[in-house]
Design a protein around this ligand. Structure first.
Ligand code: NOJ
Ligand code: MG
Length: 590
């Protein structure tokens, strides 16, 4: 009888794996990392990061527990928008190296089982692209590769075709004498919008995708996708009433220039291309992640059109250092989790090259808590380079300003819109230029705090942002972090806590105190947690450290600190065995 019991128990425990739907594909739980190539690592001392530099730091990804990285553009470019203005979609810009440098990088990454993802920028090229030069001349098939309109003349003055505004401010149209027409540019003047209503152009861009797939890349981050198409007929956009300044992007409501149906259709065409590519080669999924700053409906719509996922910018766009625990729960967690389609892969972006750094947006003491949230919610975590060590925005003088968005705003206003502060070189160590380059004359200046805030120091320190980050990427590998349910609650006003639970696994509890002061926390509202919990990892300044035991009903969390708690493993396993035993008994009695 005992033998039967034990056998049955064994069977039940093994069968617990049925609670995990199916093993996820390589990308569905990846820890993803964004490299801004100019600022990551410079191998040749010219002050600009490059591909060989990235390759020399592949070990860092392994060490940090990263599974995949995406590179902001590395293609031929006059660098008006630092690579987002592309003059040739299938060439490497010499500032970053050569095609063989890139091939070597892919090979080396593959050896380490790290996936490589490229930035695909379909909305526009550079005015330096051959296509644009030919289009200006109206040459053959290139004539319609861009969006040209004749506009009109009012009282002797040439006026643009309509009132559309560029994201970087000013009219979205520029007149070209030679062509006697205006071209559309939703971003900088030097970034003419490509015309996706032209079948040759569509094919040309698909060929570019296949070109890089053949080089061995695992997928694409797709830039500015909501801007791909404009409404037929080029209607004026209604005024928003938010500003009287017609140059301000907020001047009009984006009824004609964003979220147009045809953009979604193009996404599904690309998905088909990726899937077919995988089918005819190695059956390994190639992914597509959409950069789409839009409302939740338009965001989620990308899933149904074949995107592996649209970026979830909730932490970036909906909250900041002033936000309450309830704000984060409602505007980030609920907003996403209650709207994401069932079975779709979620993701959590906390920073990127277009937005202030986590330490600056939320306060440096909140860095670990933010990393805890982004890395321990279901799906993909997205880390911008430097966030694993809590880098801060580097203030830039007007003279040092390079970003077209900053330059376009002028000396008075550049500071509020320039993206340079988040693009300063990675702080590797305390040597010259923070170990980023051999020259101290780097393309953007290094942050003054690099002597103390750097990776080498954080690797040495017993407690550091980096050590917390490593603990988090390690924990992500457990099934409960991959497949566990999420239950989030606001506790006592300032604390956001959530559990991740999966039958057969030790739960994970994340507790973040958003307030400045220490608070007393009880987790009694969560049912099923054991009386005593163990700190798995804690913010660097937290009064509790890894290994400490806390009582579920009352423990203190320092201001702005985050904690990751686990149940005591032995208690948990014995209660699990007990449950299995009871199920088995009931089954035998039946
Ligand atoms: C979004 C990119 O993230 C940003 O850096 C760039 O300026 C615009 N798209 C235009 O490509
Ligand atoms: Mg270089």
């Amino acid at each position: 009888m005992r033998g039967v019991l034990l056998f049955g128990l064994f069977g039940i425990v093994c069968n617990l794996s049925v609670f995990i739907d199916a093993e996820s594909d390589w990308w569905q739980n990846m820890a993803l990392y964004q490299v801004y190539p100019r600022s990551f690592k410079d191998s040749d001392g010219d002050g600009v990061g490059d591909i060989k530099g990235i390759q020399s730091k592949l070990e860092h990804f392994k060490d940090a527990g990263i599974n995949a990285f995406w590179l902001s553009p590395i293609f031929t470019s006059p660098m008006i928008d630092f690579g987002y203005d592309i003059a040739n979609f299938t060439e490497i810009d010499p500032i970053f190296g050569t095609m063989s440098d890139f091939e070597n990088l892919v090979k080396a990454a593959k050896k380490l089982n790290i996936k490589v993802i490229l930035d695909f920028v379909p909305n526009h090229s550079s005015t330096e692209h051959e296509w644009f030069k030919k289009s200006v001349k109206g040459e053959g098939k290139y004539a319609n590769y861009y969006v040209w309109r004749e506009g009109s003349v009012v009282n002797g003055t040439r006026v643009p075709p309509n009132n559309w505004v560029s994201v970087f401010s000013g009219p979205a149209w520029t007149y070209v004498e030679e062509r006697q027409a205006w071209y559309l540019h939703q971003f900088a003047v030097q970034q003419p919008d490509l015309n996706f209503r032209d079948p040759n152009l569509v094919q040309e861009m698909k060929d570019a995708i296949v070109f890089w797939l053949d080089k061995g890349v695992d997928g694409f981050r797709v830039d500015a996708i909501p801007h791909l198409f404009e409404a037929d007929g080029f209607p004026n956009e209604p005024l928003s009433g938010e500003t009287n300044d017609p140059k301000n992007y907020g001047y009009t409501m984006k009824h004609a220039t964003k979220d147009i149906e045809e953009s979604y259709d193009m996404v599904s065409q690309w998905r088909k291309l990726l899937d077919e590519y995988a089918l005819r080669t190695d059956n390994v999924t190639r992914i597509m992640m959409m950069e789409a700053y839009c409302n939740v409906t338009f965001t989620m719509k990308y899933y149904s059109y074949g995107a592996h996922f649209p970026f979830n910018f909730g932490f970036v766009s909906n909250v900041n250092g002033q936000s309450t625990a309830n704000d984060i729960k409602v505007k980030v967690l609920d907003d996403w989790l209650q709207n994401v389609p069932e079975d779709a892969t979620s993701n959590w972006v906390i920073g990127n090259h277009d937005n202030s750094r986590v330490a600056t947006r939320f306060g440096s003491k909140r860095v670990d808590a933010m990393n805890m949230m982004s890395l321990l919610l279901p799906g993909v975590s997205v880390t911008y380079y430097g966030e694993e060590i809590g880098m801060e925005d580097r203030w830039m003088s007007w003279e040092d300003t390079k970003d077209p968005q900053g330059c376009g705003a002028g000396e008075e206003n550049y500071a509020s819109v320039s993206r340079d502060p988040v693009r300063a070189p990675f702080q590797w160590d305390a040597t010259v230029a923070a170990g980023f380059s051999t020259t101290s004359n780097t393309w953007l200046p290094v942050h003054d705090n690099y002597q103390t805030l750097n990776l080498a120091a954080q690797k040495q320190a017993e407690v550091s942002h980096y050590k917390v980050y490593q603990a988090l990427t390690t924990l992500r590998q457990e099934d409960v972090a991959k497949y566990g349910s999420v239950d989030a609650k606001v506790i006592g006003g300032s604390v956001l806590a959530y559990t991740r639970e999966l039958i057969g696994s030790e739960p994970i509890v994340v507790v973040a105190n958003l307030a400045d002061e220490t608070v007393d926390v009880s987790l009694d509202d969560f049912s099923g947690l054991p009386d005593t919990l163990t700190v798995y990892t804690a913010s660097v300044h937290s009064s509790l450290t890894a290994g400490a035991k806390v009582s579920k009903s009352s423990f203190q969390v320092s201001g702005m600190a985050g904690l990751v708690l686990r149940s005591d493993a032995t208690t948990f396993t014995s209660s699990l065995v007990l449950v299995c035993f009871m199920i088995l008994q009931a089954y035998l009695r039946h």
